[in-house]
Design a protein around this ligand. Structure first.
Ligand code: DHB
Length: 398
C-alpha cells in the first residue's frame, strides 16, 4: 500500500484520470483513490453520461496519448440540427466556428480507455477505497481512506485533488468553499436503445410538449432524451409511451423506430460552481467543482479543461519551482467554468418548454431570433464546439 506520493487524486472520472495520466508521463508521482469498483465505473448503466466532445477535448485526449479508442470508435459531426415547427434547421459548425466541429464518443467508453491506459503504464488506482477524511491541507496533506476490507489507512501527499464528481466526498472536508447554485425546473428522461439514430447528426427538438434530444453512440445505438418534470417517475414511462412521445416531439422531421431499451434513467437538471476551487494544497476539478445542466453536453469538456489547467500549474511547480500558477488556479479556471455555465443555461432556456406562459412567449421569440440570425448561429457554434471557450487549452498543450 502506498503511504506517500506527490499528488493524491480522489476520483477516477475523466478529470482525475486525465490529470493522473499527464502527471505520470512527466514522472510526477500520483495515486488515484476511487470509491467504486472498476467494473462499476466501466459497465454500470447509472454511469452513462453524455457523448459529445468539443473538438479541443478530442485534440487534448489525442495529444495526451489517450485517443486510441475514440479515434477508432467515435464519429466526427460537422453540425447539429435544431427542429422546430415541423422544420429542421442545420447549424454548420466548420463555416460558423472557423473549422471547429465535434466528436461523438461516450464518456463512459473514454473513462474505460483511460483506466486501461493508466494501469498499463504502471499507474496506481486504489479501487473501492473510500475517502473518510482529509487533514492538514494547508501544510502537509493527508488522505484518510477505508479499504474494501474495512481497514483505515493514510496517504501523505504534497497535493490533493478532489475529482470525485458532483456529490464530492473530498469537497465536504474542505472549509471555506462557497457553492453558488441555482435550480432548473426541468429533468431529462434518457434512454439508450438498440435502434438507428433519428438522423446522421444530433437533433435538438423544441416542441410545445417539451424538448427532445436525439443523439447516438453508433449507427445502431440511439441515445434519446425527453424533457420531463423533475418529479416524474420513470415507471410511468413504459417503452411504447417513450417512443410515441419522442416521435411526437420530432414533429415529422424524422422518425425513430422502437428498439430494445438498454437503459432508462431520470436526470434532474442542476447547476453550481464552487468558489474558490482550491484551499491550501487542495484543488477541485470537474464536476466536484461545478455542474451544468446537460443541454449542450459541456460537463466532460469543462472537466478536461480543468485537468489541463491544473496539470500545467503542477508542472510549473515541479519542473520550475513556480507557485504562481497554483496560486492563480481558481482564477484561471473560472473563466471557462462560467462560460460553460452560461452556454448551458442559454441552450437549456432556448429549447425547454416553460410552464409559465410569459416565459414560454419569451422563449419562442428567442428561438425565432436564433433560427433567423447568422450572428446567433455563430454564437451557438463557437460555444458548442468550444472554439471560443475551452479551446484555448488545446493551444496551451501543443
Ligand atoms: C448527449 C447529451 C447531451 O447533453 C447533449 O447535449 C448531446 C448529446 C448524449 O448523451 O449523447
Amino acid at each position: 500500500m502506498p503511504t506517500r506520493t506527490d499528488v493524491a487524486i480522489v476520483g477516477a472520472g475523466p478529470a482525475g484520470l486525465l490529470l493522473a495520466h499527464l502527471l505520470q508521463r512527466e514522472g510526477i508521482g500520483v495515486v488515484v483513490l476511487e470509491a467504486k469498483s472498476r467494473e462499476y465505473l466501466e459497465t454500470s448503466p447509472h454511469r452513462i453520461r453524455a457523448g459529445v466532445m468539443e473538438w479541443g477535448t478530442r485534440e487534448i485526449l489525442v495529444q495526451a496519448g489517450l485517443g486510441e479508442g475514440l479515434l477508432q470508435n467515435g464519429y466526427e459531426h460537422q453540425g447539429i440540427y435544431l427542429a422546430h415547427a415541423g422544420e429542421l434547421h442545420r447549424i454548420d459548425f466548420p463555416s460558423l466556428a472557423e473549422g471547429w466541429r465535434i466528436w461523438v464518443y461516450g464518456q463512459q467508453y473514454q473513462v474505460r480507455d483511460m483506466i486501461a491506459r493508466f494501469l498499463e503504464e504502471g499507474g496506481e488506482i486504489l479501487f473501492e477505497h473510500e475517502v473518510v477524511g482529509l487533514a492538514d491541507l494547508t501544510t502537509a496533506p493527508k488522505v484518510r481512506y477505508r479499504t474494501p476490507e474495512g481497514q483505515e489507512g493514510e496517504l501523505e501527499a504534497m497535493f490533493v485533488v478532489g475529482a470525485d464528481g458532483s456529490h464530492s466526498r473530498a469537497r465536504s472536508f474542505v472549509p471555506g468553499l462557497l457553492l453558488k447554485q441555482t435550480t432548473y425546473p426541468f429533468a431529462w428522461l434518457g434512454i439508450l436503445a438498440e435502434t438507428a439514430p433519428a438522423a446522421e447528426e444530433l437533433i435538438y427538438a423544441s416542441h410545445e410538449r417539451g424538448f427532445a434530444l436525439f443523439s447516438m453512440r453508433s449507427p445502431n445505438l440511439a441515445r434519446n432524451y425527453l424533457q420531463v418534470s423533475p418529479e416524474e417517475n420513470p415507471d410511468d414511462w413504459p417503452e411504447e409511451r417513450i417512443w410515441e412521445e419522442l416521435n411526437l416531439r420530432l414533429g415529422g422531421v424524422a422518425r425513430v423506430e422502437p428498439g430494445p431499451l438498454l437503459e432508462k434513467s431520470l436526470t434532474p437538471h442542476r447547476a453550481f460552481v464552487a468558489e474558490p476551487m482550491q484551499y491550501g494544497r487542495f484543488f477541485l476539478v470537474g464536476d466536484a467543482a461545478h455542474v451544468v445542466p446537460p443541454t449542450g453536453a459541456k460537463g466532460m469538456n469543462l472537466a478536461v479543461a480543468d485537468a489541463v489547467a491544473l496539470f500545467q500549474a503542477l508542472w510549473a511547480f515541479y519542473k520550475k519551482g513556480e507557485e504562481e500558477g497554483l496560486r492563480r488556479y481558481t482564477q484561471t479556471c473560472l473563466d471557462h467554468v462560467w462560460q460553460g455555465e452560461f452556454f448551458s443555461y442559454w441552450m437549456t432556456h432556448l429549447l425547454h418548454a416553460q410552464p409559465d406562459p410569459f416565459q414560454e412567449g419569451l422563449r419562442r421569440a428567442h428561438l425565432a431570433q436564433v433560427l433567423s440570425s447568422e450572428a446567433l448561429k455563430r454564437f451557438l457554434a463557437e460555444n458548442y464546439t468550444g472554439r471560443r471557450t475551452t479551446g484555448r487549452w488545446v493551444r496551451s498543450l501543443a
